[in-house]
Design a protein around this ligand. Structure first.
Ligand code: ACO
Ligand code: KIV
Ligand code: MG
Length: 574
């Protein structure tokens, strides 16, 4: 019968036993500097791929890692396959490893694999030889068939073999690394015992340290418990001053990043992981995530992700696996807000932000531009959006600075379309909707004549008379009015022409930047027919004409509501 989730999972699974570390110090620690980074993309990442990388992809990955700034790169498991062996040979014989980069290779604690590993390394300048064997009780029991003494002996014998083989190749600068595999599932006292035995064999010194790498081969506890384990080892290990303490988290519980960060707080010096978290099962630690978490705390990670999208494309090509659109820092959607209230806050914060200020941007933990992203995708409009997002797009891409009440009015137009269509609207779509609704340029004004006459001492202001021709629907209409300014005169003319009262309640204007010619836009809030309040928008090279067009835009909209717009527009004539 098909098995189902258990009502009493304690019958099948047991909780991780807490670590006895009442005086733990890591909770008060702060991350103030970057760790040593080691990429294992070409080994742990590669061994988890559906199709392991071919030589061209491996080389591309290696060069990308070098460009990012990794100084330690695990390049393979040379005794496991001819492909891995050949790749290590290629790097060495073609001199493809920069002087400041150390390659690292993995080997099991088995004689023939170690011999083959050293064969692959002939002529290398600097190498980390990484030895591992399983230490967890289940692995001792079912895989190795050894008791604790037997496993310690396995590790020490092969650590000695490595030491001796390295001594026979003095032209290479060697560093040794030991990983008790499945450290996360192993009793701490046994982990300490085996690590101490290995480091006693290697006899590292503070100036020639070895690396002790503690993997959560399978993540099986909360990150605070992993941190307790790391602090325990950090405090208990012998020869600690001659050890670079490394961690190698996997992500089975989805907390690989947290585990790594807390492990650093607990005393680790070095992290192993992969770009964007590729690796066995749910992946290795995502090194980009940790590096950029540090960056957003003001700590330089020493790795360069200035063009994070190019790096993602390379990684996707090499791994033949996509990066999720919501992946931290790099996903397509991670700098995008669809929700109206988020958009509103971002728009206001961008407007308030001054150059050189500390980054304090709602909903954006990092400046997308630092990672080679533009602000274009920061706001995208769908049915969850509000006026702020719509206004932001029209301003960023079309230079329109809509007054607040016009934003509210136009967002209702957009929402009505969204309610029917439900699809995302880009700035081009929004502009098309705006142009259709307000016709800011359609009202063709021609032969505008403005005559101004100063009134005498007893009079007030100026007496202005406006005559204009309005070409609409293939016909030429005349508008003629008088007032104390061109706009007032024009409004009077339109009132006379339509028989409808028009009152200007509010007026905004600005120049439109961009384009060959200077242009202006006018936004008029009008009361038309004594009741309805609404906006008209006009654009023209001439500011006065823009405001006249805005009057026509608003009147057309108001009259178009009660009767068919096209015919009503035709009626607005003298
Ligand atoms: C957690 C990690 O990521 S560890 C890295 C794992 N990486 C990989 O496995 C990828 C590359 N691996 C390989 O290509 C192969 O597994 C090899 C070359 C390492 C070994 O291949 P094979 O000798 O054919 O063995 P196989 O793959 O079946 O591995 C199981 C054998 O290794 C033995 N073994 C496993 N770990 C160890 C160890 N640390 N020390 C000694 N023997 C070990 C097992 O006992 C088993 O031996 P058995 O066949 O006598 O029962
Ligand atoms: C070889 C070791 C470090 C490993 O990959 C693991 O335990 O996850
Ligand atoms: Mg691993």
């Amino acid at each position: 019968m098909h098995t189902m989730m258990l009502k009493h999972p304690q019958q099948k699974y047991r909780a991780f036993a807490p670590i006895a570390l009442p005086d733990r110090r890591w909770p008060d620690a702060q991350l103030t500097r970057a760790p040593q980074w080691c990429s294992v993309d070409l080994r742990d990442g590669n061994q988890a791929l559906i199709e392991p990388m071919d030589p061209a992809r491996k080389l591309r990955m290696f060069q990308t890692l070098v460009q990012i700034g990794f100084k330690q790169i695990e390049v393979g498991f040379p005794s496991a396959s001819q492909a891995d062996f050949d790749f290590v040979r290629l790097l060495i014989t073609q001199n493809l490893v920069p002087d400041d980069v150390t390659i690292q290779v993995l080997t099991q604690a088995r004689d023939h694999l170690i011999s083959r590993t050293f064969e692959s390394l002939v002529g290398a300048k600097k190498v980390v030889v990484h030895l591992y064997n399983a230490v967890a009780p289940v692995m001792r029991r079912v895989v190795l068939g050894l008791d604790e003494d037997g496993v310690v002996d396995l590790a020490v014998t092969h650590a000695a073999m490595i030491r001796d083989m390295a001594a026979r190749q003095p032209g290479t600068e060697w560093t040794f690394e030991y990983s008790p595999e499945m450290f996360s599932n192993t009793d701490l006292h046994f982990s300490k015992r085996i690590v101490d035995a290995v480091t006693a064999t290697w006899a590292p010194t503070p100036t020639r340290p070895c690396i002790v790498n503690l993997p959560s081969t399978v993540e099986c506890s909360t990150p605070n418990q992993f941190a307790d384990m790391i602090e325990w080892m950090h405090r208990q290990l012998e020869r600690r001053d001659a050890i670079v303490l490394s961690v190698h988290p996997h992500n089975d519980r989805g907390t690989g990043t947290a585990a790594a960060e807390l492990a650093l707080m607990a005393g680790a010096d070095r992290l192993e992981g992969c770009l964007f978290g590729n690796g066995e099962r749910t992946g290795n630690l995502d090194l980009v995530n940790v590096a950029l978490n540090l960056y957003t705390q003001g700590v330089s990670p020493g790795l360069d992700f200035s063009d994070i999208d190019a790096i993602r494309r390379t990684v996707e090509h090499c791994n033949q696996l996509p990066v999720h659109p919501r992946h931290p820092y790099v996903g397509d959607l991670v700098y995008t807000s669809f929700s109206g209230s988020h958009q509103d806050a971002i728009k206001k914060a961008f407007a308030a932000r001054k150059d050189g200020e500390i980054w304090d941007m709602p909903y954006l933990p990092v400046d997308p531009k630092d990672l080679g992203r533009s602000y274009e995708a920061v706001i995208r409009v769908n049915s969850q959006s509000g006026k702020g997002g719509i206004a932001y797009l029209l301003e960023s891409d079309y230079g329109l600075e809509l007054p607040r009440r016009l934003q509210i009015e136009f967002s209702q137009v957009v929402q009505a379309v969204m309610d029917i269509d439900g699809k995302e609207l880009g700035s081009d779509d929004l502009w098309a909707l705006f142009a259709k609704e307000y016709r800011p340029e359609q009202a063709q004004l021609a032969r505008v004549e403005i005559q101004e006459q100063e009134l005498g001492a007893g009079g007030q202001g100026a007496d202005v008379s406006v005559r204009a021709q309005w070409q609409q629907g293939g016909q030429v209409r005349e508008v003629h009015g008088r007032g104390n300014g061109p706009l007032a005169a024009f409004v009077a003319g339109v009132q006379a022409a339509t028989g409808v009262s028009v009152e200007v309640l509010d007026y905004h204007e600005h120049a439109l930047s961009g384009g060959a010619e200077a242009r202006a836009v006018a936004y008029l809030e009008l009361r038309v027919g004594g009741e309805r309040t609404l906006f008209g928008v006009g654009m023209d090279a001439n500011l006065v004409n823009a405001s006249m067009k805005a009057v026509l835009s608003g009147v057309q909209r108001a009259l178009g509501e009660s009767r068919d717009t096209a015919t009503k527009v035709e009626e607005i004539s003298v």
